[in-house]
Design a protein around this ligand. Structure first.
Ligand SMILES: Cc1cc2nc3c(=O)[nH]c(=O)nc-3n(C[C@H](O)[C@H](O)[C@H](O)COP(=O)(O)OP(=O)(O)OC[C@H]3O[C@@H](n4cnc5c(N)ncnc54)[C@H](O)[C@@H]3O)c2cc1C
Length: 286
């Protein structure tokens, strides 16, 4: 990808020692605004499942960087991310243009504490995600799956993922396949606009709408489980309030909020996601 220099000053050089120059080795588009990339860093990158990496694109005026949860597990030989295009955003329109062979920057150090808490004694983990918020949970699952080849998994993961439409579930097939195979994973995808998809047979409603139902069904509470909420700030706020009323205390809740809604910078229509109506398949792009 190239940027026209025009009369702009040259891009400030990214301090090479802080960054890897990561190459995109694979790209898969799930819908018009959701895609996955796999990166080759050409070097070791240490992280725990649930952590995030800082990706960036240098432009003629500045180096734009944002945090992204890592989808892949530490044992995999690529770094994977699940990305959503924010049309009015600074970085994602640049990331969206990048194709296989293009490079971006990745800070050398992974960060974050949104890791699977296996120390507190809770063996049950209620994982709540909206769309790309499933990223850290896929990393947990892939890691445990690898561990399960050598030891019995003592933990139980209960994953609820919400989206407006089914084509936003980038990892549904993988999660359903694993949930059918192993006893320690349960996966429920739910869509909030079922009237657009009469053929949808699964759960409906937002994540918040079905938390109580499934917590009761799975007999999970703040005494026997830790809850993890990841993605859209509204789901996290509402979800925490619902769990709190259900007896979950702060030390049994973990959260990773992806962005702060800004009425100034975001067009009002963003809240209803009107630009996410059609999946690629609907447009014939498969
Ligand atoms: C720890 C962490 C992990 C993250 N992991 C992921 C991930 O795995 N995948 C991913 O796609 N994003 C992830 N994000 C969000 C990501 O860091 C960026 O905020 C996002 O990609 C938008 O960047 P941008 O520069 O395009 O938009 P910006 O220029 O940063 O944002 C412009 C405005 O758009 C609004 N906005 C930002 N994101 C959204 C959104 N998704 N929907 C609606 N409005 C929005 C905000 O109000 C913001 O003021 C994560 C954020 C954090 C803090």
């Amino acid at each position: 990808m190239s940027f026209s220099s025009n009369s702009l000053p040259p891009a400030p050089p990214a301090k090479e020692d802080k960054f890897y120059r990561a190459r995109i080795v694979e790209r898969k588009d799930f819908s018009l605004d959701l895609w996955r990339i796999r990166l080759n860093l050409g070097a070791a990158f240490h992280f725990a499942p649930g952590q995030y990496a800082t990706l960036g694109v240098p432009t003629p005026t500045k180096h734009i960087e944002r945090p992204y949860s890592i989808v892949s597990a530490p044992h995999e030989d690529f770094l994977e991310f699940f990305l959503e295009l924010v049309p009015h955003g600074e970085l994602t329109p640049l990331l969206y243009k990048l194709q296989v062979g293009d490079t971006l920057t990745c800070r050398r150090v992974a960060k974050g504490r949104f890791t699977l808490d296996t120390k507190k004694g809770h063996k049950n983990h209620l994982l709540l995600a909206t769309v790309t918020g499933i990223a850290p949970f896929v990393s947990y699952v892939r890691s445990l799956y690898r561990d399960s080849k050598n030891s019995v998994i003592q933990h139980r993961l209960f994953l609820i993922e919400g989206a407006s439409h089914s084509w936003e579930f980038g990892y549904r097939e993988e999660m359903e396949k694993l949930a059918a195979e192993v006893p320690w994973l349960t996966y429920i995808p739910t869509i909030s606009r079922p009237w657009d998809e009469p053929e949808w047979q699964g759960e409906t409603g937002r994540v918040e709408d079905i938390i109580r139902k499934y917590a009761d069904l799975w007999t999970l509470d703040g005494q026997n489980a830790t809850a993890y909420l990841c993605g859209h700030p509204t789901m996290i706020e509402n979800g925490k309030a619902i769990l709190h009323r259900h007896g979950w205390q702060k030390d049994s809740l973990k959260e990773e909020v992806y962005f702060v809604p800004s009425n100034q910078s975001a067009p009002k229509s963003t809240w209803t996601w009107p630009w996410r109506r059609h999946g690629l398949a609907e447009r014939g792009a498969a």
